[in-house]
Design a binder for this molecule. Structure first.
Ligand code: ADP
Length: 428
């Protein structure tokens, strides 16, 4: 139980911590990315602005770019000027050529992004994007200019290998840091979870010990009360009838308390895992036949038909005493909750890896809403009947513990008014 709690605690801690680390990493990378590129974009924008002013003052005559003034063209920035159809009118990529068309090879030129041109022509706003040209990373700014009535598109671009390198380094450091952070978080939360669970574990152990000790301590006085009451009952004929009835009541209640205390003790021990399951080969066929022999007289006396169906010997590795207790709990319930004229059936089938045991009755059934809760401690469907049924509300909790301790499964199917069946699968 604590193992599951510890893993859940660790899993949640790691999940939350990882989410925080990932979000922080994304934010840090985003800030760094935008800072790196905003300075590149500024550089491109500055050249666009200078070009615009210069061409404007020269009435859009591109020939003026043959001998540009100092500081007009940033040597780190490549520039291409096209018309609105995307045809190149001038480019800084061919320093020898002056005015287009020239001998400049198209391969040497920064590619003109037709998509960017379309975009800026549609929106009238600059378009800035990252791209790759001749396997190198580039930042490209596309900018529309209307000069002397004609539309020009200026594309300024800059190689951003250094920036990309720095960004990749930051990314790698962040990824590495996040992975390391997650590993450290897992180790740290395991350590913290272990520490946090110590007082809870101790309190739980104390609680279990208390229940076990209290149940144990109650047994002796209960046995004494019962013995005394029995003695008085033996002399019942000398007592007034009211007293005799009171004694019978005392004996009944003491029996109920005894059962309750026994069940509590079983569950307290089951919780503390100190009740060892002594496993050895058990033939379920023999066990079922014996239990049925014990109970079919009671069934008969209540007018309930009982039957056993077994398809051969089925040997499981288990604790015979506990498996007997499991059968008794289920059969006792089946008899308790089935009216005279009904039927209780026990069946056992063995397959390659499993033994399948079914205890079915044609009794009052369990409402669908109650079905998921019946294995809970002290859960009873009909609280009004709990006393008259003589049950403790712990039977099915014990049955479930026994099955789970044998690495098996137990489930119940029921229909109100039609009956209930408990199906158990145990590994063979
Ligand atoms: P109890 O001692 O009250 O029988 P259990 O833990 O054995 O406690 O069962 C829990 C509840 O499940 C019972 O109170 C009863 O309402 C319901 N139940 C168990 N077995 C059957 C059955 N065969 N038919 C109908 N109801 C059942």
């Amino acid at each position: 139980m604590f193992r599951i709690a510890r893993y859940r605690l660790v899993a949640w801690n790691v999940l939350v911590f990882s989410a925080i680390l990932v979000v922080l990493g994304i934010i840090v990378y985003g800030v760094f990315y935008s800072q790196v590129y905003s300075s590149v974009d500024q550089q491109l924008k500055a050249q666009d602005a200078r070009l615009e002013v210069y061409l404007f003052s020269n009435a859009g005559n591109l020939r003026v770019l043959e001998a540009p003034p100092n500081n007009l063209l940033d040597p780190a920035v490549r520039t291409v000027i096209t018309n609105s159809a995307g045809q190149v009118n001038w480019t800084s990529d061919c320093p020898d050529s002056t005015y287009f068309p020239n001998n400049c090879s198209q391969d040497d030129m920064t590619p003109i992004s037709a998509d960017s041109i379309r975009q800026v022509l549609l929106s009238g706003k600059p378009d800035v994007r990252s791209t790759t040209f001749q396997k190198e990373p580039y930042r490209v700014r596309t900018f529309p200019m209307i000069i002397a009535g004609s539309l020009l598109v200026v594309q300024t671009s800059r190689i951003v290998q250094g920036e990309e390198g720095a960004l990749n380094e930051v990314r790698d450091v962040l990824i590495g840091g996040t992975i390391l952070g997650i590993i450290l978080a897992a180790m740290g939360s395991l350590f913290l979870a272990n520490r946090a669970l110590i007082p809870i574990r101790q309190a739980f152990a104390r609680q279990r010990r208390f229940t076990a000790d209290a149940s144990h301590e109650l047994r002796t006085p209960l046995a004494l009360i019962r013995a005394n009451a029995e003695m008085l009952d033996r002399h019942g004929e000398q007592l007034p009838p009211e007293d005799s009835e009171l004694i019978t009541e005392i004996i009944r209640e003491t029996d109920h308390l005894n059962r309750l205390v026994g069940d509590l003790l079983t569950l307290a021990r089951a919780d503390s895992e100190s009740t060892a399951i002594v496993t050895r080969p058990v033939d379920l066929r023999d066990l079922i036949t014996e239990v049925h022999e014990d109970l079919h007289l009671i069934a008969e006396s209540r007018g309930i038909e009982s039957a056993v169906s077994v398809n051969g010997p089925v040997v499981v590795s288990g604790d015979e005493g506990r498996l007997r207790q499991l059968l008794l709990i289920l059969l006792d319930n089946a008899l308790k909750y089935t009216d005279p004229g009904g039927r209780v059936e026990l069946s056992l089938r063995g397959s390659d890896h499993h033994a399948r045991l079914v205890v079915a009755d044609t009794g009052i059934g369990i409402p669908t809403a109650d079905l998921p809760h019946i294995f809970e401690r002290f859960y009873r469907v009909d609280r009004a009947r709990e006393h008259e049924s003589g049950g403790t509300g712990l039977g099915l909790a014990i049955a479930q513990w026994i099955v789970q301790a044998h690495r098996g499964t137990i489930k119940a199917e029921s229909q109100v008014g039609k009956g209930t069946s408990f199906q158990i699968e145990l590994p063979t």
